[in-house]
Design a protein. Structure first.
Ligand SMILES: NC(=O)C1=CN([C@@H]2O[C@H](COP(=O)(O)OP(=O)(O)OC[C@H]3O[C@@H](n4cnc5c(N)ncnc54)[C@H](O)[C@@H]3O)[C@@H](O)[C@H]2O)C=CC1
Ligand SMILES: CC(C)CC(=O)C(=O)O
Ligand SMILES: [Mg+2]
Length: 359
């Protein structure tokens, strides 16, 4: 089983190294064997090869059984033209592999209720999924550009969706809801945007094939409030690329920290890409401060969805919970009485827990 490891920038390599450690622990003592090969992406790739997604990286990723991704981009490259931006390498990879369905499970670990900045009673029992459309919307729509008109600088992007793009992610949402609590909340801004009107029409049409799933529609601005106020009311949220990007960072706080939120980007057939929801966190990079659990939990999703190793995925998740239950914390989820660990030590703790659980 081939895993392409694209660690990228900032804390990307630090947290990805811990996920690799966890995968090696799964392989130990006659476990499944993984062929892991690294390739450059993001600023690291641009600085080395003049391209944030070198052809050799794209090719290796396409041929792998799964991709473990870290983070791409830095504040310096973010403001350059697109082809020189680290993050653009990731956007291109998602597009090239047609990874349209990005699942971001938001689970309030009972072990972490005291670490959240939110009240225990507000987040207890939270278990929802944000399904973000990942290959279209205003991030990819054309025309886009900048210019000068009447002496004024202008800039424009295009929010664009086709009905096929909406229908396929909507189906993924209904299928996911069917395996959970059978509630799908479609999030749009149909009171303002043409794309959202199409989004809502298609949602209603696709819903006819899923009479067993309850579909409701909510506006994105209201959902950003309801997510904090009554998060237990959500099962699966399906939404567009930009709304999903923003809502899932907000939802991350229900888990205690953005360092806890994993993700799976899938297209139903080919290779899947697995990455923590957070970015390259330049403010803490190189300091052994980053929480690697989002990356480790992403590796668990990789085992489950791309490699079909359910038992091993569950074991990795159990190891994470055990380490939390034993009171180990990185700084972002620190609470009174807990033992503070750095990135590496947290990775070691999870790897050891995996080995112990395997017996
Ligand atoms: N998927 C990707 O590759 C993404 C890349 N980015 C890029 O990352 C860079 C930084 O972006 P930001 O907006 O600051 O978002 P960010 O997610 O990197 O950081 C936001 C805040 O969360 C903290 N944080 C993030 N991950 C953490 C972890 N594992 N443990 C503890 N704390 C953590 C950071 O220290 C920072 O204070 C930018 O260049 C941006 O373009 C941003 C989001 C996603
Ligand atoms: C390059 C960005 C769109 C990455 C990001 O913010 C994300 O995937 O959540
Ligand atoms: Mg984001």
């Amino acid at each position: 089983m081939k895993i392409a490891v694209l660690a990228g920038d900032g804390i990307g390599p630090e947290v990805t190294a811990q996920a690799v450690k966890a995968l090696r622990a799964i392989s130990a003592n006659n476990g499944p064997q993984f062929e892991m090969a690294e390739a450059p992406i993001g600023d690291a790739a641009f600085n080395q090869h003049g391209d944030p997604l070198p052809p050799s990286t794209a090719e290796m990723a396409a041929k792998a059984d799964a991709i473990l991704f870290g983070a791409a981009g830095t504040y310096e490259s973010d403001l350059r033209p697109a082809e020189q931006r680290g993050g653009h390498g990731l956007l291109r990879l998602r597009k090239q592999l047609d990874l349209y369905a990005n699942f971001r499970p938001v689970f309030a670990f009972p072990e972490l209720l005291g670490a959240s900045s939110l009240k225990r009673e507000a987040i207890e029992g939270v278990d929802l999924v944000v399904l973000r459309e990942l290959t279209s919307d205003i991030y990819f729509g054309t025309p886009r550009g900048r210019g000068v008109e009447n002496g004024q600088r202008h800039a424009w992007n295009t929010m664009r969706y086709t009905e096929a793009e909406v229908a396929r992610v909507m189906r993924a949402g209904f299928e996911a809801a069917r395996k959970r609590r059978r509630q799908l909340c479609s999030v749009d801004k149909a009171n303002v945007l043409e794309t959202s009107q199409l989004w809502r029409e298609v949602a209603i049409e696709v819903a006819r094939d899923y009479p067993d799933v309850e579909l409701r529609h909510e506006y994105v601005d209201a959902v950003s409030m309801h997510l904090i106020r009554r998060p237990r009311d959500f099962d699966v949220i399906v939404t567009g690329n930009i709304f999903g990007d923003i809502l899932s960072d907000a939802a991350a706080m229900l888990t205690g920290s953005i360092g806890m939120l994993p993700s799976a980007s899938l297209n139903g057939e080919g290779v899947g890409l697995f990455e923590p929801v957070h970015g390259s966190a330049p403010d803490i990079a190189g300091k052994d401060l980053a929480n690697p659990l989002a990356s480790i939990l992403s590796a668990a999703l990789l085992l489950r969805h791309s490699l079909k190793l359910e038992a091993e995925a569950a074991l990795m998740e159990k190891a994470v919970r055990q380490v939390l239950a034993e009171g180990y914390r990185t700084g972002d989820i620190m609470e009174e009485g807990a033992t503070r660990l750095g990135t590496e030590a947290m990775g070691d703790a999870v790897a050891q827990a995996i080995l112990k659980l395997k017996g």
